[in-house]
Design a protein around this ligand. Sequence first.
Ligand SMILES: [Zn+2]
Length: 463
Amino acid sequence: MSLKIYNTLTRQKEEFKPIDGNNVKMYACGITVSGEAHIGHAIQAMVFDIVRKYLVKKGYNVTYARNYTDVDDKIIANANKLGVPAMEFAENNIAKIDHEMDRMKITPATMTLRATKQIADIIEFVSRLIDKGYAYPTPSGDVYFAVEKFGEYGKLSNRNLEDAYQGVRIDTEEDKRNPLDFALWKSAKPGEIYWESPWGKGRPGWHIECSAMNYYNLGEQIDIHGGGRDLIFPHHENEIAQTECLTGKQFAKYWIHNGLVKVNGQKMSKSLNNGITMKDLLDHYDNEVIRFALLQTNYKNDINIIDGLFESARDHMLSFYDTLNRVYSTFPQTNAKNPVIDQEFDEAMDDDFNTAKALANLFGYFKLINTKIKNNDNTAVADANAIIDTYSLLGLFQTDPKTFIANNTPTSDIPHDIQDLAKARWQAKQNKDWDKADELRAQLSKLGYTVKDSKDSYEIIKN
Ligand SMILES: [Zn+2]
């Protein structure tokens, strides 16, 4: 079976064929380390870690590079607020983010790159663009890319220059030739961190960092370039312009973009104060529970974090682990593995990394295993072994069942009077006394609790 990937550049699913035989070069834009890692960062890192691991499973030799943008306006501003040097602030954030990624069981990339470690490369890249006539320095010491010089500008985001003009703010104070031109090099304001360059003291623009890190670490062309969908324009569009003007070759063959995060249907934002940090998430839920919750949505789609999402993922994982526990305490362990489970997993993943389908398959497998336990059919062991082996690629079922169950079974912290009210409401509902059930629900709601019913039980949630 061959792998098909949805390519943002061509806007269709295509069969994956690397440029250089069995070797795959892949780059994903990493985090701008201006603060803590949030759930969006976790999703992006997890998605491209899984893409890499699946390519390895398919037999490819994968070089995967990820970067940290460790200098930019926001980093400088946030460091100033705290009164610490920008580099120290960035360094501390990287250490914290690495720690959360490790808790989330994300395997580090083959190459972890940092913008500030490649300033000389970036300066060389910019100089060559100026020499070729694609970029120009200004009297104030900035360097801009001249967008009109690149005839294919807009091909990734599928917009022409006219459309693109609509999307930009016209900055009158800058000495740009064209409002769409973007900074390759920014002159330093007094007190800001800087590096010496042919254009004076300054620092690189964000877009050039990724082009330069790609070029100097992976070469002129790569197979896969990834990132969040919000990076398509202008960031990835600008990366293409810079690199293709330098090399005259197609930069990345496949562009993969993951969806964005919403919290109860709304965009995550500072003003709504609905952000979810990785630390908070991992303090509350097991990394396998988080993975199960997030991978139920296909990577391309937006993930909507609704109330109860992680609790329901935890309940599914608990029930799966309970079955695994019963399999291994009922039958002797063997080395057998049911090959069908792995085949069906690959079929799902070959279809543009369809983790949603792969997770949906689990419900059928566990249902069958439960029946086999009842019927004393020891082929349940081969099924369980295959699930543990195959789903390790998604980071699932990597814990000893008894340990997982002990660590994740919720201990109720709901006060007794609330529990009693909820029980009375459930009883009323069973008795079809709808008025009383509604009245008790309203009472609970006033006290700050919601009850969520499933087929044969209910859950009390603190609002
Ligand atoms: Zn980038």
